[in-house]
Ligand binder design. Structure first.
Ligand code: SF4
Ligand code: SF4
Ligand code: SF4
Length: 323
């Protein structure tokens, strides 16, 4: 019987699942903000998952952890998610982008739509290369800003009102986007139909960070040149525009571990994921491993008190009501 679980279907199912989960967390967060800011009497606990949308705050919390050894008390779940994503990038390439990030999911849907319209191109190298550098510049800027802060300023920012209510500001952005934000989002979506994964490929500093970490990790796509029939299906299917058929091992920082190339290859065993380019592993291991990494991080953080904020209720109410 034909195997109906393909990398493509599995990935879509995981991405859709995480996107629905994020929407549910967002819905609960609306209730929390209403309660904590005094607009509703009904208590709703804060879903820690929303802190995953605060990567800059998490980066600051990470540096704070490195300097002081203390876990961020304001957005503890955000830090747990951030560290698990770094671990994930090391172990499973940019599987966070390929399977979990809702923006990556939307970007992928636009890419598929663009392909159907015979668009979704990767620009020629002379445009592509300098544009790819933009996200690394942005990452460098953020890292410089965070890592050059002295410990006192860092602590003051982390425990200050702006950071404390950063998640509520993010919610505000999603619930009541300005005309400018809507225009920029619409423009990015339109460009993503024409240029494959425009935001992720050129502008996202988080993706840039994960790409750099993934270069150090053990997992990569491996091609068996002896059995390859040079059909080019892998290259055509790769959402990151990697020329898979020309490599023996794919070690690109753009590889999102999606396994689409493996699923597209018509020759059994020609393409597979591998550990250090040697031991082959099933394609399912990447997406399942990434999901398990996040789940384990959540279990660990919950069990050890590194997930829910221990800040006093009165303090939270004071800050959120100021927002
Ligand atoms: S590149 Fe950024 S926006 Fe795109 S999937 Fe990765 S983390 Fe999400
Ligand atoms: S090389 Fe394969 S696993 Fe990596 S992004 Fe391209 S299709 Fe996905
Ligand atoms: S899809 Fe498989 S057989 Fe075709 S070029 Fe790629 S690796 Fe070779």
């Amino acid at each position: 019987m034909k195997n109906t679980l393909t990398p493509s279907r599995f990935r879509l199912a995981v991405q859709a699942g995480f996107t629905l989960f994020c929407l549910h967390a967002g819905y609960r967060f609306v209730g929390f903000v209403a309660w904590v800011s005094g607009r509703s009497e009904t208590f709703t606990s804060k879903p820690g998952a929303v802190e995953g949308f605060l990567p800059i705050s998490a980066l600051m919390g990470f540096r704070h952890l490195l300097i002081t050894g203390r876990w961020d008390p304001v957005h503890p779940a955000g830090l747990a998610i951030f560290i698990s994503i770094l671990v994930m990038a090391f172990l499973f390439r940019k599987a966070f982008c390929g399977y979990i990030c809702p923006v990556g999911f939307l970007s992928g849907l636009l890419e598929r739509a663009g392909r159907r319209m015979h668009l979704a191109l990767i620009p020629p190298k002379w445009i592509d290369l300098p544009l790819t550098g933009v996200k690394y510049l942005l990452l460098g800027g953020f890292c410089f800003a965070v890592f050059s802060m002295d410990p006192r300023s860092l602590e003051a920012f982390l425990t200050g009102p702006y950071n404390m209510t950063a998640d509520a500001r993010m919610l505000q952005f999603f619930l009541a986007p300005s005309t400018l934000s809507l225009t920029v989002i619409g423009l990015l979506a339109a460009i993503s139909l024409v240029v494959r994964n425009f935001w992720c490929r050129y502008l996202c500093p988080y993706g840039a960070l994960l790409g750099i970490i993934s270069l150090l990790g053990p997992t990569s796509v491996k091609r068996d040149a002896a059995s390859c029939v040079d059909c080019g299906k892998c290259t055509r299917r790769c959402p990151s525009g990697i020329k898979v058929q020309e490599k023996s091992v794919v070690r690109s920082p753009e590889c999102i571990g999606c396994g689409e190339c493996v699923g597209a290859c018509p020759v059994d065993g020609c393409l597979s994921f591998s550990v250090y380019g040697k031991k082959r592993i099933p394609w399912l291991a990447v997406g399942a491993g990434a999901t398990a990494t996040l789940l384990l991080a959540w279990l660990w953080a919950k069990a050890t008190g590194h997930w829910d904020s221990a800040l006093p209720e009165a303090m939270l109410k004071r800050f959120y009501s100021m927002f």
